[in-house]
Design a binder for this molecule. Structure first.
Ligand code: GLN
Length: 486
């Protein structure tokens, strides 16, 4: 048997059930890897070794008694944006550096009920704002494929941890690409479900109309197992969808012969690295070999998605982050002179530069006199972007293209140029604006760095997307490649 961390979750679950390996042994294996390797990556903000071992022992007892849940004893990590009862929940910010959540997010609660052992909380861009993990108060995460490169963001800690075998899978969140982009940069599978599919309750809000919880995993089949546990209606989240949860695992094996793939011409134009384009095209050829047909489509308003997003997301964040004022939540400055001084200094000290930039943009676009010109206009364009997808899905079953315009860039390369950083999400953001599901899967690398193929589906088609991704992963080995540097 190869090393435990090289196995899929399906294989690990089978080994645990057959008792050829105990949950305690498996968790201890991952904890030892974190101890040995995470100093090179900085993927974890908090490691919860004691709780992980206790959860593993509980899973072992349940496995022995035959009462175990579907993910009993599977060691996973959570992005530090999810509230975890009794455990520090920082959101990558100094603002919440000492915050210990008094309850579990719904997604955490559901995964816990399925039996997972939480290894710890992963590093992330501050309040999920970023595409490189460099805005984290806890320092950047490094890409396990090349330690001088970024892992992507904002779920960069989760992506690096999965790619390097420091957990079996991880949770993430995606507001404009934060699951799919780091999955692409780290050579793993990342799923952003339909808006409302997974509860946002207990997930620290960045932009509430865009935020969605999802999964970073070694394969589409592994992602399906986690999604099965996470998805579903939650009455505590008024935007959660009251839709039945299908059997994602059963759907994986569906036939894809006759699948109609649409390639948006806007996703293959100027700005796309030629190596990335070639890898994506080679993967699409594989789909044709599997019986799919391909046609060009157009999403004419997609090029507006970055400017629209950078009005809508900052507007929502300026409102959501008002609660971090040193009174209701968050860091409080020393010896305030009066209430105003307390607010100002607590926020000035607690937030980093990118978060402050977004709060200022958001406050500006919502202010009287500018609201109509920016916020209202952006909302109108958001409708047009969404309508483009409706028209496309009348013609095709799935949309495919690159997840990102390039492979992972060097640490520091875009740190001082916010617009260049924002353009990294040019292919992922439209999906969030339209509330649609998206998956990134690894295809042929370029110069030793991973490349992601993005699959976009119509609402609640995440099961179909995982099925389409799984079929490619059965026919090819791209998703099996793992970084060798560690
Ligand atoms: N990179 C985008 C941003 O900085 C998206 C982040 C996200 O999806 N959380 O806002």
């Amino acid at each position: 048997m190869s090393a435990l961390h090289e196995h899929s979750i399906t294989a690990l679950a089978a080994a645990l059930r057959a008792r050829t390996c105990s949950a305690r042994e498996l968790t201890a294996h991952y904890l030892a890897r974190i101890q040995d390797l995470d100093e090179h990556l900085n993927a974890y903000i908090t490691v919860t070794a004691e709780q992980a071992l206790a959860a593993a022992e509980r899973a072992d007892r349940q496995l022995a008694a035959g009462t175990a849940g579907p993910l009993a004893g599977i060691p996973i990590a959570h992005k530090d944006i999810f509230c975890t009862n009794g455990v520090k929940t920082s959101c990558g910010s100094r603002m919440l550096d000492t915050f210990v959540a008094p309850y579990d997010a719904t997604v955490i609660e559901r995964l816990q009920a399925a039996g997972v052992a939480m290894l710890g909380k992963t590093n992330m861009d501050e309040f999920a704002m970023g595409s490189s993990n460099e805005t984290s108060y806890y320092g950047p995460v490094r890409n396990p494929w090349n330690l001088e490169r970024v892992p992507g963001g904002s779920s960069g800690g989760s992506a690096a941890a999965v790619a390097a075998g420091l957990c079996a899978a991880a949770t993430g969140t995606d507001t404009g690409g934060s699951i799919r982009q780091p999955a692409a940069f780290c050579g793993i599978t990342g799923l952003k479900p339909t808006y409302g599919r997974c509860s946002r309750w207990g997930m620290i809000a960045f932009a509430s109309s865009l935020d969605q919880a999802g999964v970073l995993a070694g394969s589409a089949a592994d992602a399906a197992l986690l999604l099965q546990a996470m998805a579903g209606f939650d009455e505590r989240d008024s935007t959660s969808a009251n839709e039945p949860v299908p059997d994602y695992r059963a759907q994986l094996e569906d036939d894809i012969a006759g699948l109609k793939i649409g390639l948006p011409k806007e996703y293959f134009g100027e700005g796309l690295d030629p190596g990335v384009a070639a890898s994506v095209e080679a993967a699409i050829k594989e789909y044709e070999a599997l019986g799919a047909s391909v046609r060009e489509i157009s999403l004419p308003n997609a090029p507006l998605s970055v400017p629209v997003y950078y009005v809508v997301a900052p507007a929502e964040c300026s409102s959501n982050l008002a609660r971090f004022d040193g009174v209701r939540f968050g860091h409080r400055c020393e010896a305030p002179r009066d209430l105003e001084d307390l607010y100002k200094r607590s926020r000035a000290e607690g937030f980093g530069a990118e978060v402050k930039r977004r709060i200022m943009i958001g406050t500006y676009v919502l202010s009287a006199g500018y609201y109509d010109a920016y916020y209202l206009k952006a909302q109108q364009l958001r409708h047009l972007i969404s309508d483009d997808f409706k028209r496309a899905f009348a013609q095709v079953d799935v949309i495919m293209g690159p997840t990102t315009p390039s492979t992972a860039f060097a640490l520091g390369a875009k740190r001082d140029d916010p617009v260049a950083m924002y353009l990294n999400d040019i292919y992922t953001i439209a999906t969030n604006l339209a509330g649609l599901p998206g998956v990134s899967i690894p295809v042929a690398p370029v110069d030793g760095l991973p490349v992601g193929l993005q699959l976009i589906g119509d609402v609640f088609q995440e099961g179909r997307l995982l099925n389409i991704a799984h079929r490619l992963q059965q026919a090819t080995d791209w998703h099996r490649a793992r970084p060798g540097v560690l």
